[in-house]
Ligand binder design. Structure first.
Ligand SMILES: [Zn+2]
Length: 390
């Protein structure tokens, strides 16, 4: 409640300083009748003393004239209200400022920006957008406004505008926005896939890859489109590209790859791909997939041996669970039921495990997000199938 105390101190002071400024103004201009302390000031003070701070604030705001001397005070008050969550009051102060013809260009744009912050906080994105556009125009594309416009367009899923704004942001900040733009194009491609327009989607994905040649997402989608069109060979080609882009994402397509290799009847190539991937970084999902394939082709005993060997190289809860499962398959009677109980317990723990981590803000999730739900950055959430601390 510190802000309330500040406000209560600030308001009478602001009124008085406004009054002093007005008096000086009148003196220098030698106008008739010097100003007097407005009676509303005493009314406001009375309300304060009677512990009616809300009414006092209303009275003080009314009496605090807007002129070049008090614009700063108004902006400060508006911000204080916004921080207290009193958005209606903050909005009123900022609207009141903008309506004044006396403001110079800079003051007006400042008030526009502040009012946009009120609207953003209130979730009135359309209104915030209009003000931010006006502000960006007046101030020649300042970064904070473009950043917020990007936020608005992403929330509203206005991808064309998001792309145009990202380009402006890149020019203004000198930072590359290519990765972000590639994601916006992928979003548009997903919309087209949803509307069953694969050709439009393919064109957008091509553009996405020209913006960001490392766009894993674009290749996943290109593979999905090829598979849906019945071309498994092409789908495999696209998904395999992920290996050279960022291998950490390979587990995201293991299910699809497995189905497509079965479809084309090339199990050897599939096993070779898994073995090669496993050699590179012993990723747990790759190991589990390979164990599954060995179990179905050579039986549970061979799969169990494989998993035990892998556990020696890379201990993991997932591997342990699979080993217990494979042991249970071979066991009988009481030991079998004990092992099944044990595996069920471990699986329950693993199910709640968050296998996706944002490298930027540390957000952890159970599903893949191309845009981090925590920090709203793109490409920062990675699959982490290890036993690191959560
Ligand atoms: Zn994050």
């Amino acid at each position: 409640m510190l802000n309330v105390a500040w406000l209560l101190l600030l308001l009478p002071l602001a009124v008085i300083s406004g009054w002093i400024a007005a008096r000086q103004d009148q003196r220098t201009k030698k106008r008739k009748g010097a100003g007097e302390i407005p009676s509303a000031y005493f009314k406001g003070l009375n309300l304060l003393l009677n512990e009616q701070p809300d009414k006092a604030i209303e009275v003080f705001i009314k009496v605090l004239e807007v002129d070049t001397e008090t614009v700063e005070t108004h902006l400060m008050l508006g911000n204080l209200f916004r921080r207290r969550g009193e958005l209606e009051r903050a909005t009123r102060i900022h609207q009141n400022l903008i309506a004044r013809p006396k403001l110079d260009r800079h003051q007006r744009s400042q008030a526009l920006f502040e009012l946009a912050q009120d609207y953003l906080k209130a979730g009135l994105l359309d209104r915030a957008e209009n003000l931010l556009l006006e502000y960006a125009e007046i101030e020649n594309d300042p970064e904070p406004a473009l950043r917020q416009l990007l936020y608005v367009y992403q929330q509203e899923k206005e991808w064309d505008q998001a792309i145009a704004t990202a380009k402006r942001f890149a020019r203004a900040s000198g930072e590359s926005a290519d990765e972000m733009i590639a994601h916006f194009l992928c979003e548009q491609a997903e919309d087209e896939i949803g509307k069953n327009r694969p050709d439009q989607a393919k064109a957008l994905l091509k553009k996405a890859l020209s913006k960001d040649p490392n766009s894993v997402r674009a290749n996943i989608l290109r593979g999905d489109i090829a598979r849906d069109a019945g071309d498994c060979r092409k789908a495999i080609r696209y998904w395999k590209k992920i290996e050279s882009q960022d291998r950490r994402y390979l587990p995201e397509v293991l299910g699809q790859l497995s189905e497509c290799f079965k479809e084309i009847g090339n199990q050897d190539a599939w096993l070779a791909l898994l073995n090669e991937a496993l050699e590179k970084d012993r990723a747990i999902p790759v190991m589990l997939k390979l164990a599954e394939e060995i179990e179905s082709s050579e039986g549970s005993s061979a799969a169990r041996e494989f998993v035990i060997e892998e556990l020696r190289l890379q201990p993991s809860m997932h591997g342990l669970s699979r080993m217990i499962h494979l042991s249970a398959v071979q066991a009988e009677g009481q030991p079998k039921s004990d092992l099944e109980t044990l595996q069920a317990i471990i699986e329950r723990v693993l199910k709640s495990r968050k296998n996706y981590l944002c490298e930027h803000c540390g957000f952890r999730g159970t599903a893949m997000h191309w845009q981090c739900p925590g920090c709203k950055r793109w490409n920062t959430v990675k699959p982490v199938w290890d036993d690191s601390d959560e």
